[in-house]
Structure formats: C-alpha cells, structure tokens
Write a protein that binds this ligand. Structure first.
Ligand SMILES: CC(C)(COP(=O)(O)OP(=O)(O)OC[C@H]1O[C@@H](n2cnc3c(N)ncnc32)[C@H](O)[C@@H]1OP(=O)(O)O)[C@@H](O)C(=O)NCCC(=O)NCCS
Length: 183
C-alpha cells in the first residue's frame, strides 16, 4: 500500500525516500530540533535515518501511522521537515508529531503541513479525534496547535523524562465535529 502525498499551497507532504536519509540525520539531529522532541536522538547515529525511513511503509500498512516528508513544491528533493500522525484505530484517534529544520523555522511550514495532515485524518482516515502534545518550554509548537484550531486540554506535569530533565507536557486536541475550525 503506497503512502499518500498531500499538497498545500506551498508544500508537498510526500513519502520519504532513501536519499532523504542524510538530510534527516543532519536536520533532525541538530540539537535545537532534537531537544524539544520526545524521541529524536542527539547526536543522530549514522545509518539511523535510513533505518527510520524503512519503518514507514510497515507502519502505514498496519494502520499504525503515517509519516511524510515536508518539502517545498518547487524543490521536492530538499527536505524541510517531517509531519507524522500515529494512529490508535481502536479509539479512532491520531496524534501529530512534527519537526522543521531550524533553517526553515518561522515561515508557517509546520502549521501548513499540520493542517493538511489533520484534514487528511478527519476527511480520509475518518478519525474522531486528533491530538498533539508539546513540552511547555516549547511555545512555538503550542502556537502551531492553536493555529490549527486545537484546544488546550491540560498539562501533564513532569510526565516525561528527557535528557535527565522532567518535562511538563501540554495536551491539545480537536474533534471531527470541530473540523474545519471557523476563523
Ligand atoms: C515547533 C516547530 C515545528 C515550529 O515550526 P515552524 O515551521 O517554525 O512553525 P510555524 O512557522 O508554522 O509557527 C510557529 C509559531 O510559533 C511562534 N513562535 C516561535 N517562537 C516562539 C516563542 N518562543 N514563543 C511563542 N511563540 C513562538 C511563531 O511566531 C509562530 O506563530 P505566529 O504565526 O502566530 O507568529 C519547530 O520550531 C521545530 O521543529 N522545533 C523543534 C522540534 C519540535 O519541537 N517539534 C515539535 C515537538 S511537539
């Protein structure tokens, strides 16, 4: 089952290919990107990018999630970041996870890509709820969630241990009935 490609005004969200592996290691492995994520290793191990890309097809086939590369329409080979959704079918629920290479922050790419993935989750995957979480010390990601129309549902205090520090995690969500949000 081929992974889908989603389009936005400026971006394509397309399946990763093997030749993206070096850019994954360089961009996601940068300390400022890895630091506010739960799982990205730092330093990123050599070969880790190819291994990670190799997990996407089976996750999609199993219905466990969809992970897509974010690229500009006019430069589809140059990786900008990643937009993913992990899916819990039993509860018709998805959770967004994303990062943008630091060179491309502040241009609205995360928001544009998250909107496309959320629309796909509701309209095509027929999920009931899409949620996202961020460390409270990462307000930029919280802004992305707010701009998506998600609602802040609470903060899990010191719920995750990342790099020897307990992190407060803000939980945002939006329901199918609330999508698309009005203004
Ligand atoms: C979080 C991240 C994905 C945002 O990507 P991006 O493409 O720069 O996001 P956007 O441009 O769509 O939106 C960012 C918003 O945050 C705002 N912002 C940036 N820094 C901020 C800060 N320190 N405090 C408050 N808001 C901030 C921007 O102004 C913008 O909001 P606006 O449009 O209302 O002005 C990116 O910084 C990143 O990849 N960080 C590292 C990995 C990560 O944290 N991933 C998410 C894990 S939950």
């Amino acid at each position: 089952m081929t992974l889908p490609t989603l389009g936005t005004e400026r971006l394509l969200l397309r399946p990763f290919v093997e030749s993206d592996a070096a850019a994954v290691e360089r961009l996601a492995g940068a300390r400022e990107v890895a630091d506010t994520t739960l799982h990205i290793p730092h330093p990123y191990p050599a070969g880790g990018g190819a291994w990670w890309i190799g997990t996407h097809a089976s996750a999609w086939e199993e219905g466990a999630g969809l992970t897509l590369a974010i690229v500009a329409r006019e430069a589809p080979d140059a990786l900008l970041g990643t937009m993913g959704i992990s899916i819990v079918r039993e509860h018709a629920r998805g959770e967004l996870g994303y990062w943008i290479g630091a060179h491309a922050w502040g241009r609205g790419y995360a928001t544009e890509a998250a909107r496309a993935m959320t629309a796909y989750a509701f309209d095509t995957l027929r999920l009931h709820r899409v949620q996202a979480r961020h460390f409270t010390r990462n307000p930029a990601s919280g802004r992305v969630m707010q701009k998506l129309g998600m609602r802040l549902e609470g903060v899990h205090r010191e719920a995750y241990l990342r790099w020897e520090r307990f992190e407060d995690v803000a939980v945002y969500g939006i329901l199918a009935a609330e999508w698309p949000p009005t203004a």
